[in-house]
Design a protein around this ligand. Sequence first.
Ligand code: SAM
Length: 302
Amino acid sequence: MRNEENGERLAVERIMLNVARQDYPAGALYVLATPIGNAGDMTFRALYALSLMDAVACEDTRTTGTLLSQYGISRELIAVHQHNERHAAEALLARLLQGERIALVTDAGTPAISDPGAYLVQAVLSAGLRVVPVPGACAAIAALSASGFPADHFYFAGFLPARTMARESLLESLKSIPATLVMYEAPHRIGETLVSLLTVLGPDRRVVIAREITKLFEEVHSCRLSEAPHWLNADPNHARGELVLVVEGATGGETQDEAEARRILSILLEACPPSQAAVLTSRITGVRKKRLYEAAMQMKAE
Ligand code: SAM
């Protein structure tokens, strides 16, 4: 064996020893991230933790079965998806209370991030049991990290509503947030969503469209919102695969509190007259009533 190969093998062995030295409590739920497209993104710790599990709760037993078989792992698989999460939680809790270790995974990425999992995690915590995060890939974080936009603050909007009015009203409420916006989108809706972003946020903000991250046809395209529809239509491949949109945050010199006040104000304006929306927003945020009333009148006029 070459010296370098020997050194690499020893390094892997050292890492695995460290991984194995950590505590993996019994009677705990392991919230375990899986790759978002590239099997190489499974972590050493995730593989080691899986080897200790009594069962793996997953969205789709076939998808997870195929994934685990790539690593030579075979475990009991239990279906936990958005339609049965509450019911399945009861059975999983009973097993955890018996001292079993159960991993929660989804089809790809980090559980509970625009995926099932939050209910089960809450149920486990409420029962006084441990939840152990086993971090790894997450499409939103991968796209944000490659966007070049400030990420000290960011707002994750998940999937935007499918209907144009609801989508644009939500975007209206995000418009003034001085933080990078991150959202998931399906390929068949990307065109409409880019139009909504352009309509509500205006032509000048930059957008990063991150496609097929970690896969063969990975692409991270950056342009102004005004250019995005043209880019999308220039090649049918641009609307293919999985996508994350990252949009530059507002840069109006507003403080974060003011931006949050505007967000609350715009929601309340859907149900109340400007004066009442301003009073309520002022009570919630502490921002001055007069300023909020002026902002409400401006929003109404727009
Ligand atoms: N929990 C997952 C995570 O941690 O990223 C997200 C699950 S959500 C149901 C699936 C969405 O994530 C896709 O519609 C797409 O917007 C985004 N996504 C997942 N994998 C991706 C990839 N490889 N490249 C770009 N976006 C991806």
